[in-house]
Design a protein around this ligand. Sequence first.
Ligand SMILES: [Zn+2]
Ligand SMILES: [Zn+2]
Length: 200
Amino acid sequence: MDSLDELLMKAEAAHGHLCAGQILGVRMALLGLARLGIQDPHGADRKRLVTYVEIDRCATDAIGLITGCRLGKRTLKFRDWGKMAATFVDLAAGRGLRIVALEDSRELAGRFYPEIESKSRQQMRAYRELADEQLFREQWVRVSVDPAELPGTKSERSVCPECGEGINFGRFAKVEGRTLCLSCARPELRYWEPDGPTDS
Ligand SMILES: [Zn+2]
Ligand SMILES: [Zn+2]
């Protein structure tokens, strides 16, 4: 593993700027990997890890970068809970570690570095320098990752008879005997609505 500074440079390049969230995310991911004994997440250990993130903010990018877990590899799972927390699951060992950023770490930043004027600079410094115990709470957890959610799952593919769109990974629902995509099965849950006529 590179040093914290080198990792932060990579995080900055990938995320577009260096911010307190990047530093917190890098630290959180490093702690998770260390506790699980995963030394080479991008190489030898790359099939061992699945990471659940609970917020879609800056730290999430850094967690993905350090762990090598990505949405497109099905190894990064997003639970939209608005919490600065992540769970690192070691599939080989069958255990996981959930790490939460402590609420009072922001306040600590002000207390430790009163000479720094900007709040975000205070936080960046604190997230670099404070001990893991000052920043995070850790808990060993068990996560039963559904085999169907793992990378490499061979999935049944079907086509929705309503909209004609292909569906993977069993994301369909039976409605009155028809196998519909989730969007057609529950239109009220769509995140979109048509704006003008459908292109064809
Ligand atoms: Zn950011
Ligand atoms: Zn459909």
